[in-house]
Design a protein around this ligand. Structure first.
Ligand code: ZN
Length: 385
């Protein structure tokens, strides 16, 4: 009898353990919405293995448009018939407009990237897949409303590169930036996305830093992560027209920095953008390394890797003056080198914008309003420079 009782108890414990394993994860109800517009989460675990949902990824295949995504570790693929993009709305809560398909193909490239008369501007850098921090900052500082729509009017939002790598929510961040770019245009404002070294790495098939989730995504889609952003993909096509340097009013924006060597070689903003867009982005390392101009652009004195405003052998202030004089600007704004806060260097001539968002727990934006600069904190505070 005693033995039987023991067996019954063990059996019951066994049942409870099994039930525990199968029990519904509190996040499961959110799995349908890997949602760029709500920021809902989407990961759960099943027998300790992470279940991922990722996408949407949109591809131009011959004359067709295909949407692919990962749902609970499995690839799903749909060919879009007519203008039936509702599937994206249904699965991701994200309103994809059919007009974007043709428009993204047709958009011309702006190499000169010179804008003036801008009164309100916000800059953010090195988000690295930390979507929650990104949307919190955008909400707190009046760029988006609670439905993730543009409310910044004629303002300009500058995203200074490195959305990719490290963090787990790169896809959602890109879709939100794309959507805001379209909404801003209609409102008379603008979103500028500038390429960082991590976009270049992924597009050139260097995936050392991608989040493990995206290794899984690529495997499930039977491809490589770089191919997900190929020129036949919607986001890949969009990224391939993006600049590395832009100027707004008296400010020059570049992901990492402009070195003395860069100006000594006589490059202009237009040269740099044109070289990156046509000869570097998505091209093989062999072709880049063979050419001295291309390898210069991709090395540590080039605009996407340079750290000479921050570390040993820092540039002298007179060298910063020469660079500013060369471009006829008064400030350079860069990301790439992580700092605890947005930081002013060289008596206000250089702003370091990378406020370490990559850690996922804090971040800042730089606010420019009618000639005055502020640090915008995560909770919506403003600190005047
Ligand atoms: Zn960087």
């Amino acid at each position: 009898m005693k033995v039987l009782f023991k067996k019954a108890i063990l059996f019951l414990i066994g049942i409870l353990i099994v039930l525990g394993c199968y029990s519904i994860n509190p996040n499961d109800k959110l799995l349908e919405s890997n949602n760029p517009e709500t920021g809902e989460t989407f990961e759960s675990s099943f027998f300790g293995k992470k279940s991922i949902t990722d996408g949407p990824y949109i591809f131009y295949e011959n004359d067709q448009v295909k949407v692919k995504w990962i749902y609970r570790n499995r690839e799903v693929e749909r060919t879009i018939k007519g203008d039936n993009f509702n599937i994206i709305k249904r699965k991701f809560g994200f309103e994809f407009k059919k007009a974007w398909i043709d428009q993204n193909k047709a958009d011309s490239i702006n190499y000169i990237q010179n804008f003036s008369g801008v009164k309100n501007l916000i800059a953010i850098s090195d988000v690295h897949g930390q979507y929650e921090v990104f949307i919190k900052l955008l909400k707190e500082h009046g760029i988006i409303d609670k439905h993730f729509n543009w409310i910044f009017g004629k303002g300009h939002l500058v995203v200074l590169g490195d959305i990719m790598d490290r963090g787990p929510r790169v896809t959602e961040t890109f879709w939100l930036i794309y959507k805001l770019e379209q909404q801003a245009k209609q409102a008379g404002g603008m979103v500028h996305f500038i390429l960082g070294n991590h976009e270049l790495m992924v597009l050139n098939n260097d995936i050392r830093y991608i989040n493990e989730k995206y290794i899984e995504s690529a495997q499930r889609m039977n491809t490589t992560y770089s191919q997900i952003y190929s020129e036949n993909s919607f986001l890949g096509k969009w990224l391939r027209k993006k600049p590395v340097v832009i100027t707004i009013n008296d400010m020059l924006f570049v992901h990492a920095g402009i070195s003395t060597e860069f100006i000594n070689k006589g490059f202009t903003v237009k040269d740099a953008n044109s070289i990156f867009i046509h000869k570097i982005v998505g091209k093989s390392w062999d072709s880049i390394l063979k050419d001295s101009t291309l390898s210069f652009m991709m090395d540590d004195k080039g605009p996407i890797w340079f750290r000479g405003y921050f570390i040993d052998n820092r540039l002298k202030e007179s060298e910063i003056d020469s660079i500013l004089h060369y471009f006829d600007k008064t400030r350079i704004l860069v990301g790439h080198t992580s700092l605890p806060n947005i930081t002013l260097l060289y008596h206000g001539k250089v702003f370091g914008i990378d406020s370490n968002i990559k850690e996922g727990d804090y971040g800042e934006v730089l606010i420019y309003e009618n000639g005055t600069f502020y640090r915008g904190t995560l909770l919506g505070g403003r600190i005047k420079f």
